[in-house]
Design a protein around this ligand. Structure first.
Ligand code: 0L1
Ligand code: MG
Length: 261
């Protein structure tokens, strides 16, 4: 049973998303000593609220999957959140800026899961064996906190800044690739602004999905067949502005684009 304060945190963050306004971080306002366990409990309540409203989970997503982000945040573990159906934007479509607060885009490889994956002890190789397809994606993160100013536990409670996702149209078998070597560029208005390779994500994007399976196992949950899971950012996130045309190009996986309207 969640405590009143955990419910208050979930309500605070849902309201910020719905009202499209940034808020001061939870650890400065509601609970300075928010633990990782409490933060995931608040995230669970937030997720349940969305399910109760009739939204459907597309899949979990991984965040903070690069060493650079860990060093920046002073942590050594990735985090997860959930992508919902209302967050999807068609490849080539328009992201209405007025729906969000201060969106940023990052390039990621997504995994379409072919069989349930149940931790603990899952490895990247096991994830690859149970992955039906991989596909390119652009994630749009939109922290509900002012100036993206948060701690590790704040961002967990805020559903890992999850906001919108554009999936590419090319589905490929993971066996066709060395995913750690897949290069990606992230361009705005035709200019490459960021680039990287799959290895930026815990050495191999499948490792991030393995970590997710092992984290979910701690609460008796598993990755489910049919889920499409973002494995974490290959590039840094770029702040978006109205009028931007955003393109992510992935070696062998194709291009994903959207415009900011
Ligand atoms: O998807 C992500 O890696 C975002 C994790 C949260 C950190 C951020 O909002 O920058
Ligand atoms: Mg991400």
């Amino acid at each position: 049973m969640a405590s009143e304060i955990i419910k208050k945190i979930a309500d605070y963050l849902v309201a910020a998303e719905v009202e499209k306004r940034e808020v001061v971080k939870v650890t400065k306002t509601i609970k300075p000593d928010l633990t990782v366990e409490e933060a995931y409990k608040a995230q669970e309540l937030l997720v349940q609220k969305k399910l109760d409203e009739g939204h459907r989970i597309v899949g979990p997503k991984m965040g903070l999957t690069s060493r650079a982000k860990w060093d920046q945040m002073g942590v050594s573990e990735p985090i997860y959140g959930y992508v919902f159906d209302y967050m999807l934007i068609d490849n080539g479509g328009v992201l209405p800026f007025s729906d969000l607060i201060h969106p940023k885009a990052e390039a990621e490889i997504a995994f379409l899961i072919g069989e349930d994956i149940e931790g603990p002890g899952i490895t990247g190789a096991q994830v690859l064996a149970k992955t039906e397809y991989v596909l390119p994606a652009l994630e749009i993160i939109d922290s509900r906190y002012e100036n993206f100013n948060f701690t590790h536990t704040d961002v967990i409670a805020d559903n890992a800044s999850t906001s919108r996702v554009v999936f590419g149209n090319t589905l490929r078998k993971p066996s066709e690739f060395e995913l750690e070597l897949v290069g990606a560029t992230l361009s705005i208005n035709g200019q490459i602004k960021e680039l990287g390779a799959g290895a930026a994500v815990l050495g191999h994007p499948a490792n991030a999905i393995a970590v997710l399976a092992n984290m979910l196992a701690r609460k008796g949950e598993k990755i489910k067949k049919g889920e499409i899971i973002l494995s974490g950012a290959i590039t840094s996130a770029l702040l978006l502005r109205v009028g931007d045309f955003v393109s992510g190009k992935f070696d062998g996986l194709g291009e994903v684009t959207f415009s900011v309207g």
